[in-house]
Design a protein around this ligand. Structure first.
Ligand SMILES: Cc1cc2nc3c(=O)[nH]c(=O)nc-3n(C[C@H](O)[C@H](O)[C@H](O)COP(=O)(O)OP(=O)(O)OC[C@H]3O[C@@H](n4cnc5c(N)ncnc54)[C@H](O)[C@@H]3O)c2cc1C
Length: 463
């Protein structure tokens, strides 16, 4: 369809004020937090499920790709329009529809900002657990699309463990409800299939989430190590003792320095690694558990342990951890984040290999990671204008992904496949496995118009 006609039709469907199509707007929506940039043909910001349904039906009838978008912070190319089409930005649908506190459920629109929801719940003494470091700016819809994780997902599970139901717009504009408020819903686990589907199966217009009461007590420890291996071994030993803290987050010396320069937290800039261990739960027994953890740290050569005395000190530590990408991002024009996952016992040797890869390709790699989950985040720093360096960065990223798989891990812990890791899917799945996923895709999206070019690589059969 001719572009002007398409824009005219979309204005008719959702109103002029909800359609963007100027050159400046195309620039603003051409990217996410990956390295891929492509212009949509039009941007719509619907304000209701009915508007989303009308846009999707129009796109389906006219064979136009549709890409759902939250705030565009995903790191794998999930919300760029690689085949053009309509970017459906859900940020105006940002209402908390229902707070069913007694039943530990909330119902929200997809554009609600994750931290806004948490702040609202905190007023009642409750919590929505998933906490991507980007929670200040990301949407619940985007978190669901990527199955986002975060520091506290070690103990509480990733986003899909907290989404019980959803209202979804299907490929032809029909609106259906999947799942519900119960913990185990009858029938197929469609919320499970939709979570992490990166907008390739439908558009979520409402989500039913599980919430929890805030813990009675929290203890946050900053453990400082002179060697990254000791930090990694501490993580393995804590979990090996049967202790699952709320968080086990690690940073290497490069990240510690970057964070310190950016935020002046008081992190030790001469340390090789720091481990942030947070416990939450009942007050009773927490001191005993803390002692056991401190003993494990000492057995693994911890240099110093600082226990946060109050909420202000705790917040300071988390500002450093959650701001780590931003701090490192100040050092070079670009960074690429890998997020391969390995069995946590193999973290120390994987880190050694990551360092070797950095040396081999002459690039800077900073490491900050969800150590408890074995989820690495090597941040590769570079300047994309230097084509030679860019090539080395891509080669290094591919090699790190392969190392994670060889260690018995996988290519992504939480950042999704998008476009950037499409080729990596063959490292963990056979063509037959991927064809099975294409069958799911075909059932939800027969014309392949929902976010085409993402998640599933072409196989001989699928092509
Ligand atoms: C500094 C920084 C730190 C980060 N830290 C973390 C972290 O700790 N943990 C983590 O998991 N991620 C992290 N991320 C990645 C990112 O923030 C998450 O992937 C987040 O969930 C994306 O949400 P968004 O609103 O930006 O969605 P977008 O990036 O706009 O979209 C993400 C995907 O979801 C799809 N989508 C969006 N809305 C809908 C909808 N309503 N229905 C269906 N599909 C939809 C999109 O098509 C796309 O495929 C970080 C990113 C940055 C830049």
């Amino acid at each position: 369809m001719e572009k002007d006609k398409m824009i005219g039709e979309l204005i008719r469907l959702v109103g002029r004020e909800n359609v963007l199509s100027s050159a400046m707007h195309f620039k603003l929506y051409e990217y996410d937090a990956s390295m891929i940039r492509t212009n949509p043909d039009c941007i719509v910001l619907p304000t209701s499920t009915e508007q989303v349904a009308a846009v999707v039906k129009f796109a389906h009838d006219n064979k136009i790709p549709v890409v759902a978008r939250g705030t565009g912070t995903n790191l794998s190319g999930g919300s760029v329009t690689v085949q053009g089409g309509i970017a459906v930005v859900l940020t105006q649908m940002n209402r908390i529809i229902e707070m069913d506190i007694e039943n530990l459920r909330v119902v929200v629109q997809p554009g609600v900002i994750t931290l806004d929801l948490k702040n609202e719940l905190a007023k009642h003494g409750y919590l929505y657990q998933p906490d991507p470091a980007s929670e200040k700016v990301t949407t619940i819809g985007g978190n669901f699309g990527e199955n986002a994780g975060g520091p506290h997902c070690l103990k509480y599970g990733v986003t899909s463990n907290h989404v019980l139901g959803a209202e979804v717009v299907l490929y032809d504009g029909q609106v259906v409800e999947v799942g519900g408020k119960a913990l185990d819903n009858p029938g197929y686990d469609l919320p499970g299939i939709l979570g992490a589907s990166e907008g390739t199966l439908g558009i979520v217009t409402k989500a039913t989430l599980r919430i929890m009461p805030k813990a009675e007590a929290v203890k946050t420890m900053l453990c400082i190590f002179n060697s990254i291996e000791d930090g990694g071994n501490t993580v393995t030993a804590i979990i090996g003792e049967g202790i699952i803290p709320a968080t086990l987050e690690m940073m290497d010396s490069f990240v510690i320095k970057a964070v310190e320069e950016a935020y002046h937290i008081g992190f030790p800039i001469d340390a090789a690694a720091i481990l942030i261990i947070e416990l939450d739960g009942l007050k009773d027994g927490m001191d005993r558990l803390t002692e056991r953890i401190l003993a494990i740290c000492r057995q693994n050569n911890v240099r110093e342990i600082r226990v946060a005395k109050d909420q202000a000190e705790r917040d300071k530590i988390w500002v450093g951890r959650k701001g780590a990408f931003g701090a490192v991002g100040r050092l070079r024009p670009n960074y690429l984040v890998n997020d391969g996952t390995v069995p946590r016992t193999r973290l120390p040797e994987t880190l050694v290999k990551v360092v070797e890869i950095g040396k081999k390709y002459r690039i800077l790699i900073a490491n900050v990671f969800h150590a408890g989950d074995g989820n690495l985040h090597p941040l590769i720093l570079f300047d994309e204008r230097d084509k030679d360096e860019l090539e080395r960065v891509h080669a290094a990223a591919a090699e790190i992904m392969k190392v994670c798989v060889d260690m018995g891990g996988t290519i992504s812990g939480e950042h999704g496949i998008g476009v950037e890791k499409l080729h990596g899917m063959f490292l963990i799945f056979s063509s037959r496995d991927i064809d099975a996923m294409w069958k799911v895709k075909a059932a939800f999206d027969p014309a392949n118009l929902f976010n085409p070019g993402k998640v599933l690589p072409e196989t001989e059969k699928a092509a």
